[in-house]
Design a protein around this ligand. Structure first.
Ligand code: ARG
Length: 615
């Protein structure tokens, strides 16, 4: 259980006992807890006394004279009464309890923290317990033959982190790459391929730069009427499943795929490609079903779903009979929820597509495939409504939107000559710059070439990922190599370096931490200094943060948590020497360092940041 859950559970028992035999509405006995970030006021605040005091006087009037509640007339007194009813077992867990305006401030005891952290040493960092779900995460999703741009980088990095988080929680995660591998652009691409490499079926064409090829094809298409006509005919043939056109299409997809894969390998991201073309066979069926059920209707020749309160419709068939991005997403939704049996569908794209996903959500709701947002999950009477005829529960839907990447000038991120930045170039540059930082900081004297390059690669790539993940995803963010590679501040480099320091402590002292863990059972962690307590409390909050990140799907909360932990560790380390005479204190501090190390490793893993043992 997470710390907040444990405290909440404790106070649930405490409150129940305190008001036994007195009729207080059930919901007022559910602990109302706020996390307090001000060390002066304690760690948590319990806010139940105030509302209870407002309604309780009629009840207490009836109590017999000796009852302690009888004489209570204000929230402060009621708060004190609650504190007084804490039994011995719970009392040990809370070091101080104070009252301000009816609020109970509590500070958890060192003993509590110590026992709470013990599992990190015995079992490793555990995820908070959650019901296992099957989650389909649609992310990265670049378009074949077009450029994979920084927007796709954001989607890849954020999506991967969301997947890592869900996997850590024990969910069954489908990492779906919904690549744009279908559409009219293939007409001109194939027509151009035929022209430029007439022998392409027998001899795979040496296309190095598919984007340049795309540009050439586009130019031909715009300038030459005959070519445009041929391109149109080619699309028709491709859509009809003509063998040669299909072969050419596959060939182009393969070239793109190789390029994408290179990027995924550098980023260490795993994806399974289920492109738009996969849903093609389902489109006629699904559109007909929507039309037959009266969910979609013809408007000006096109088949549309009019979602209430939206100005424009979700268009699932164009006037010319062609299908759209909308149609494919409708089919993909149905496939993921019904065939793949996903309980939760997540889409990671830029905020520019927010309306598209709201429309998709609305359309799915109209089709009866998605839960009505107003239908509260905890209303049991609606349960039957939540079940589909064929069994599975209706899934949850999340659009994880993100802002634009901007250059230092605040404008859309581009190269100096105004072109879209190629991702491969961007990643390469990050590594080169990371190497420069290492050289400038005298690392070339310490490590050999091979090691230096390895460290530079880890730092460069982690810096790019972390810069993205540490900013609030919904907002635009400014891409700056200088900032992301800074040694100070909330950067990957700072975190990675802090980790190296923490990890090196037991190594430098020459102790075997595993043996120490085995030899010192629970209770070995002791709080002797405020900075030590602060660090332990921070560690104990890890699962609370994880819960918060799953709720919001905002990885920056985790980044912030890790950054704060480095700060808390530094203060601890300045105040509490590890190498001290007293054996029990030394052991305790070594164990604390080990907890930090493990929590950081888990955090790094979820954010996709590399850990290094030296740098
Ligand atoms: N290919 C799209 C793009 O580049 C992203 C696809 C996102 N996923 C989806 N199911 N619509 O913008």
């Amino acid at each position: 259980m997470s710390l907040l859950a444990v405290v909440s559970e404790n106070f649930s028992q405490i409150l129940k006992k305190a008001f036994e035999g007195i009729s207080v509405p059930e919901k007022m006995l559910v602990p109302m807890i706020t996390v307090v970030n001000n060390p002066k006021h304690g760690d948590f605040q319990i806010n139940n006394a105030l509302p209870i005091s407002r309604i309780i006087s009629k009840q207490t009037a009836k109590l017999s004279d000796g009852h302690p509640l009888k004489s209570i007339s204000n929230p402060d007194e009621l708060a004190q009464y609650i504190i007084d009813s804490i039994d011995e077992e719970h009392d040990r867990l809370y070091a101080t309890k104070t009252i301000t305006r009816g609020f109970i401030n509590i500070r958890v005891s060192g003993e509590f923290l110590s026992s709470f952290l013990r599992p990190i040493l015995d079992l490793g960092v555990q995820p908070p317990k959650m019901k296992k779900q099957r989650v389909a995460v649609d992310f990265s999703s670049p378009n074949i033959a077009k450029c994979m741009h920084v927007g796709h980088l954001r989607s890849t990095v954020i999506g991967d982190s969301v997947c890592r988080l869900l996997e850590f929680l024990g969910h069954d995660v489908l990492r779906i790459n919904h690549v744009g591998d279908w559409g009219t652009q293939f007409g001109m691409l194939i027509a151009h391929l035929r022209e430029a490499f007439p022998d392409f079926l027998a001899q795979p064409p040496p296309i190095e730069d598919l984007q340049a090829f795309y540009k050439e094809a586009k130019k031909r298409f715009d300038d030459d009427k005959d070519f445009a006509k041929e391109a149109h005919e080619t699309v028709v043939k491709l859509q009809a499943g003509n063998e040669d056109e299909l072969k050419a299409w596959k060939l182009l997809c393969d070239i793109s795929r190789l390029e994408f894969q290179r990027i995924y390998d550098i980023l260490d991201v795993k994806l399974e490609e289920v492109g738009e073309s996969f849903y093609n066979p389902m489109l006629p069926v699904i559109t007909k079903d929507m039309e037959d059920r009266g969910i979609a209707r013809i408007d000006d020749g096109a088949l549309c779903i009019f979602v209430p309160s939206f100005k424009f419709p979700f268009m699932i068939r164009k006037r010319d009979g062609g299908y759209t991005y909308d149609t494919t997403d409708l089919a993909a939704f149905k496939h993921r929820s019904e065939t793949e049996k996903a309980d939760w569908l997540v889409y990671v794209t830029d905020m520019g597509q927010a309306t598209h996903f709201q429309l998709l959500k609305g359309a799915c709701r109209m089709a009866g495939w998605l839960k009505d947002e107003d239908a509260e999950e905890d209303k049991p009477s609606k349960k039957s409504k939540k079940m589909r005829k064929d069994g599975p529960t209706i899934p949850k839907f999340s659009h994880v939107g993100f802002g634009l990447v901007r250059g230092a000038d605040g404008k859309k991120f581009r190269t100096r000559s105004g072109e879209t930045v190629r991702l491969q170039d961007l990643l390469d540059e990050a590594v080169v710059r990371a190497r420069k930082v290492l050289d400038e900081n005298g690392r070339s004297e310490r490590f050999d070439e091979e090691k230096l390059n390895h460290i530079a690669k880890c730092i460069g790539i982690s810096a790019i990922k972390y810069a993205d993940l540490s900013s609030y995803r919904v907002k635009d963010y400014i891409f700056s190599f200088d900032r992301m590679l800074a040694l100070k501040g909330n950067t990957a480099v700072y975190l990675m370096y802090s980790y190296v320091r923490i990890a090196s402590i037991s190594r430098k002292l020459g102790v075997d931490i595993e043996t120490i863990i085995k030899e010192h059972s629970s209770g070995a962690i002791k709080v002797t200094h405020e900075s030590e307590r602060h660090l332990l409390l921070h560690l104990a909050r890890f699962q609370d943060i994880i819960c918060h990140v799953v709720e919001t799907l905002c990885p920056h909360h985790l980044a912030e948590y890790l950054y704060d932990m480095c700060g808390a560790f530094t203060t601890f380390y300045e105040n509490c020497r590890v190498l001290v005479e007293e054996e029990d204190i030394k052991v305790s501090r070594l164990l604390i360092c080990e907890c930090c190390k493990r929590v950081m490793e888990t955090g790094f893993h979820i954010l996709g940041v590399q850990k290094l043992d030296e740098m």
